[in-house]
Design a protein around this ligand. Structure first.
Ligand code: GLN
Length: 197
Protein backbone atom coordinates (compact mmCIF):
# COMPACT_ATOMS: atom_id res chain seq x y z
CA UNK A 1 0.00 0.00 0.00
CA UNK A 2 1.17 3.56 -0.69
CA UNK A 3 2.81 5.43 2.18
CA UNK A 4 2.96 9.21 1.84
CA UNK A 5 5.86 10.66 3.80
CA UNK A 6 6.25 14.44 4.07
CA UNK A 7 9.54 16.31 3.95
CA UNK A 8 9.39 19.64 5.74
CA UNK A 9 10.43 21.99 2.94
CA UNK A 10 11.63 25.07 4.80
CA UNK A 11 15.39 24.46 4.69
CA UNK A 12 17.88 21.71 4.07
CA UNK A 13 18.28 18.79 1.71
CA UNK A 14 14.62 18.46 0.71
CA UNK A 15 15.37 16.96 -2.71
CA UNK A 16 17.81 14.38 -1.34
CA UNK A 17 15.36 13.27 1.34
CA UNK A 18 12.64 12.93 -1.31
CA UNK A 19 14.94 10.85 -3.52
CA UNK A 20 15.89 8.56 -0.64
CA UNK A 21 12.24 8.16 0.38
CA UNK A 22 11.21 7.28 -3.17
CA UNK A 23 13.99 4.69 -3.36
CA UNK A 24 12.77 3.33 -0.01
CA UNK A 25 9.31 2.77 -1.51
CA UNK A 26 7.42 5.76 -0.10
CA UNK A 27 5.69 8.62 -1.90
CA UNK A 28 7.50 11.84 -0.88
CA UNK A 29 5.49 15.04 -0.40
CA UNK A 30 6.85 18.53 0.34
CA UNK A 31 5.28 20.05 3.45
CA UNK A 32 5.15 23.79 4.09
CA UNK A 33 1.61 24.35 5.35
CA UNK A 34 -1.09 22.68 7.44
CA UNK A 35 -2.84 21.80 4.20
CA UNK A 36 0.27 19.92 3.02
CA UNK A 37 0.49 18.17 6.38
CA UNK A 38 -2.99 16.76 5.87
CA UNK A 39 -1.72 14.90 2.82
CA UNK A 40 0.96 12.90 4.66
CA UNK A 41 1.11 10.00 7.09
CA UNK A 42 4.56 10.80 8.51
CA UNK A 43 7.20 13.52 8.31
CA UNK A 44 10.94 14.07 7.97
CA UNK A 45 12.35 17.28 9.44
CA UNK A 46 15.67 17.90 7.62
CA UNK A 47 18.76 19.68 8.90
CA UNK A 48 19.31 23.40 8.59
CA UNK A 49 19.10 26.03 11.28
CA UNK A 50 16.73 25.00 14.05
CA UNK A 51 15.88 28.55 15.19
CA UNK A 52 14.70 29.45 11.69
CA UNK A 53 12.96 26.14 11.08
CA UNK A 54 11.16 26.29 14.46
CA UNK A 55 10.06 29.89 13.92
CA UNK A 56 8.63 29.23 10.46
CA UNK A 57 6.96 26.03 11.63
CA UNK A 58 5.32 27.92 14.50
CA UNK A 59 4.09 30.65 12.13
CA UNK A 60 2.38 28.06 9.94
CA UNK A 61 0.76 26.35 12.93
CA UNK A 62 2.80 23.23 12.19
CA UNK A 63 4.30 22.91 15.69
CA UNK A 64 0.91 22.58 17.39
CA UNK A 65 -0.54 20.24 14.79
CA UNK A 66 2.51 17.95 14.68
CA UNK A 67 2.65 17.90 18.50
CA UNK A 68 -0.94 16.78 18.86
CA UNK A 69 -0.51 14.09 16.20
CA UNK A 70 2.66 12.79 17.86
CA UNK A 71 0.92 12.71 21.25
CA UNK A 72 -1.74 10.47 19.77
CA UNK A 73 1.15 8.18 18.73
CA UNK A 74 -0.15 8.08 15.19
CA UNK A 75 2.38 10.25 13.46
CA UNK A 76 5.93 9.01 12.89
CA UNK A 77 8.47 11.83 12.63
CA UNK A 78 12.17 11.55 11.79
CA UNK A 79 14.29 14.56 12.73
CA UNK A 80 17.83 14.86 11.39
CA UNK A 81 20.32 17.32 12.87
CA UNK A 82 18.30 20.57 13.25
CA UNK A 83 15.24 18.29 13.06
CA UNK A 84 16.56 16.43 16.11
CA UNK A 85 16.71 19.76 17.96
CA UNK A 86 13.10 20.54 16.91
CA UNK A 87 11.98 17.20 18.42
CA UNK A 88 14.10 17.45 21.62
CA UNK A 89 12.32 18.13 24.90
CA UNK A 90 15.34 20.02 26.29
CA UNK A 91 17.93 22.11 24.48
CA UNK A 92 21.19 23.46 25.92
CA UNK A 93 21.62 27.19 25.28
CA UNK A 94 19.43 29.08 22.84
CA UNK A 95 16.30 27.00 22.47
CA UNK A 96 14.14 27.31 19.35
CA UNK A 97 10.36 26.95 19.05
CA UNK A 98 9.84 23.23 18.71
CA UNK A 99 7.73 20.12 18.98
CA UNK A 100 9.81 19.05 22.00
CA UNK A 101 8.26 15.63 22.61
CA UNK A 102 11.29 13.39 22.52
CA UNK A 103 12.75 12.85 25.97
CA UNK A 104 16.31 13.93 25.12
CA UNK A 105 18.55 16.91 25.76
CA UNK A 106 20.24 18.30 22.65
CA UNK A 107 23.41 20.36 22.90
CA UNK A 108 23.55 22.48 19.76
CA UNK A 109 26.79 22.71 17.79
CA UNK A 110 28.40 20.52 20.44
CA UNK A 111 31.23 19.31 18.20
CA UNK A 112 32.63 22.82 18.03
CA UNK A 113 34.10 24.94 15.28
CA UNK A 114 37.28 23.00 14.62
CA UNK A 115 35.52 19.82 13.64
CA UNK A 116 32.20 21.31 12.64
CA UNK A 117 31.81 18.88 9.74
CA UNK A 118 33.06 15.34 9.41
CA UNK A 119 32.14 11.94 8.07
CA UNK A 120 32.44 8.70 9.97
CA UNK A 121 31.29 5.10 9.76
CA UNK A 122 28.66 4.26 12.34
CA UNK A 123 27.50 0.96 13.73
CA UNK A 124 23.71 1.12 13.87
CA UNK A 125 22.19 -1.48 16.17
CA UNK A 126 19.02 -2.12 14.17
CA UNK A 127 21.07 -3.01 11.09
CA UNK A 128 22.58 -5.92 13.03
CA UNK A 129 25.49 -7.45 11.11
CA UNK A 130 25.22 -5.18 8.09
CA UNK A 131 28.07 -2.82 7.14
CA UNK A 132 28.53 0.43 9.06
CA UNK A 133 26.62 3.51 7.91
CA UNK A 134 28.46 6.47 6.29
CA UNK A 135 27.32 9.33 8.54
CA UNK A 136 27.90 13.01 7.69
CA UNK A 137 27.84 15.44 10.63
CA UNK A 138 27.47 19.18 9.96
CA UNK A 139 27.49 21.50 13.00
CA UNK A 140 25.69 18.63 14.62
CA UNK A 141 24.02 18.53 18.02
CA UNK A 142 25.00 16.01 20.66
CA UNK A 143 22.41 14.11 22.70
CA UNK A 144 23.64 14.71 26.25
CA UNK A 145 20.74 13.01 28.05
CA UNK A 146 18.01 10.56 27.16
CA UNK A 147 15.07 9.33 29.20
CA UNK A 148 14.00 5.74 29.94
CA UNK A 149 11.56 5.65 27.01
CA UNK A 150 14.33 6.37 24.50
CA UNK A 151 16.30 3.61 22.75
CA UNK A 152 19.80 4.56 21.55
CA UNK A 153 20.56 3.14 18.09
CA UNK A 154 24.08 4.47 17.49
CA UNK A 155 26.84 6.21 19.41
CA UNK A 156 29.83 8.25 18.32
CA UNK A 157 32.65 9.49 20.55
CA UNK A 158 30.78 8.50 23.70
CA UNK A 159 27.41 10.10 22.92
CA UNK A 160 24.23 8.85 21.38
CA UNK A 161 23.79 10.15 17.81
CA UNK A 162 20.73 8.18 16.72
CA UNK A 163 17.74 7.15 18.84
CA UNK A 164 14.05 6.38 18.82
CA UNK A 165 11.10 6.80 21.13
CA UNK A 166 7.83 5.26 20.00
CA UNK A 167 7.11 6.65 16.54
CA UNK A 168 9.87 9.27 16.80
CA UNK A 169 13.31 8.78 15.25
CA UNK A 170 16.26 11.19 15.43
CA UNK A 171 19.82 11.33 14.14
CA UNK A 172 22.44 14.01 14.75
CA UNK A 173 23.87 13.30 11.28
CA UNK A 174 22.58 13.66 7.71
CA UNK A 175 21.60 10.28 6.21
CA UNK A 176 20.48 11.89 2.93
CA UNK A 177 24.04 12.95 2.08
CA UNK A 178 25.26 9.47 1.34
CA UNK A 179 23.96 7.06 -1.26
CA UNK A 180 22.94 4.71 1.56
CA UNK A 181 19.15 4.53 1.87
CA UNK A 182 18.95 2.11 4.80
CA UNK A 183 17.84 4.69 7.39
CA UNK A 184 15.08 5.95 5.10
CA UNK A 185 14.04 2.33 4.55
CA UNK A 186 14.03 1.80 8.30
CA UNK A 187 11.84 4.89 8.78
CA UNK A 188 9.39 3.88 6.04
CA UNK A 189 9.16 0.44 7.66
CA UNK A 190 8.50 2.13 11.02
CA UNK A 191 5.70 4.17 9.40
CA UNK A 192 4.15 0.99 8.00
CA UNK A 193 4.33 -0.75 11.38
CA UNK A 194 2.99 2.23 13.33
CA UNK A 195 0.09 2.86 10.96
CA UNK A 196 -0.39 -0.80 10.02
CA UNK A 197 -0.29 -0.07 6.28
N1 GLN B 1 23.65 23.75 14.09
C1 GLN B 1 22.31 23.69 13.58
C2 GLN B 1 21.31 24.14 14.64
O1 GLN B 1 21.66 24.32 15.79
C3 GLN B 1 21.99 22.31 13.06
C4 GLN B 1 22.91 21.98 11.90
C5 GLN B 1 22.33 21.04 10.88
O2 GLN B 1 21.13 20.79 10.84
N2 GLN B 1 23.16 20.55 10.00
O3 GLN B 1 20.17 24.30 14.35
Amino acid sequence: MEVRVGVLAIQGDVREHKNHLALAGATPVEVRTLKDLNRVQALIIPGGESTTIGMLMAEEGLIDEISSRVQNDQFPVYGTCAGLIVLARDVVGLSPARVGLMDITADRNAYGRQVSSFETKLRISVFHDQPDFPAVFIRAPRITRYGPGVTPLATYDGSVVMAEQGALLVSAFHPEMSGDIRIHQYFVEKVRKTLKV
